[in-house]
Design a protein around this ligand. Structure first.
Ligand code: NAD
Length: 256
């Protein structure tokens, strides 16, 4: 049972991270939410989860682009049985025009943060005698698209790091896995719909089906509840021998 375990979810005041936090809380897991902001509404999200699911929940502000902040997040969490590395940003541009500061930020937030949090969390998991590291990579951790050099690089890097952590913890009751979602309708993707419609001179519905979901054969978005369910499964005893690998939830994208 996951009752009373604590999960730290990076980048969880929105989208997939928040969805995963809610699914874990539903299973009785205490949750630590995170983003780089420190607003009343961030803390309110944690209070709402605590009230709705009867678990402990708190919000810790820490900037996942900074290594020290990543490590402090694990310390401030107080416990970390389950680590979900989810914080991520996107920027789209041809490589010759790709702003260096965007490259650095994406590599830091989408990839290096998982190095720092994992390094800080493994000793905590070892002391507790159990642990789960779950990295939210992407179909772009296994496949590429043009104009997403930093994102594809970082997400492939996360899949590689997951294999290493799986090997380094192989003899312990700790597993490390990546989840590789196709498109999920979160603010990160919603923001791309109007611009895509204008760029192609088509309706927003057509932009979703023909452009955004072009590579996703199911033509359906993955949901945050489904991803939360996969996380919960990876935390279960049934998944104890699943380690160092990645699970795709992409409507068939990477079978092509
Ligand atoms: P989102 O924009 O809703 O969420 C991103 C989260 O990261 C937010 O909570 C944001 O506050 C946080 N964040 C951003 N910069 C941060 C920083 N410096 N420090 C701490 N937190 C920071 O987007 P999402 O779609 O929920 O994305 C979550 C993860 O899922 C990302 O890693 C993304 O790459 C991945 N993913 C998304 C999709 C998709 O289609 N939406 C598909 C595959 C993978």
């Amino acid at each position: 049972t996951l009752l009373g375990k604590t999960a730290v979810i990076t980048g969880s005041n929105s989208g997939i991270g928040l969805g995963i936090a809610r699914e874990l809380a539903k299973a009785g897991v205490n949750v630590v939410l995170n983003s780089f902001t420190d607003r009343e509404e961030d803390h309110a999200l944690a209070a709402d989860i605590a009230a709705e699911f009867g678990v402990e929940a708190k919000y810790v502000s820490a900037d996942m682009s900074k290594g020290d902040d990543c490590r402090r997040l694990i310390a401030d969490a107080g416990a970390c049985d389950i680590l979900i590395n989810n914080a991520g940003i996107q920027h789209v541009a041809p490589i010759q025009d790709f702003p260096t500061e965007k490259w650095d930020a994406i590599i830091a937030i989408n990839m290096s943060s998982a190095f720092h949090t994992t390094a800080a969390a493994l000793p905590v998991m070892r002391a507790a005698g159990w642990g789960r590291v779950i990295n939210i990579s992407s179909a772009h951790g296994l496949r590429a698209s043009p104009f997403k050099s930093a994102y594809v690089t970082a997400k492939h890097g996360v899949v590689g790091m997951t294999k290493v952590v799986g090997l380094e913890t192989a003899k312990e009751p700790i597993t490390a896995n990546a989840i590789c979602p196709g498109y999920v309708l979160t603010p990160l993707v919603e923001d791309q719909i109007p611009a895509t419609a204008i760029e192609y001179g088509i309706s927003e519905d057509e932009a979703i089906e023909k452009v955004i979901l072009a590579k996703q054969p199911s033509k359906e978005f993955v949901t945050v509840e489904q991803l939360g369910g996969i996380v919960t499964f990876l935390c279960s005893d049934a998944a104890a021998q699943i380690t160092g690998t990645s699970i795709s939830a992409d409507g068939g994208w990477t079978s092509q």
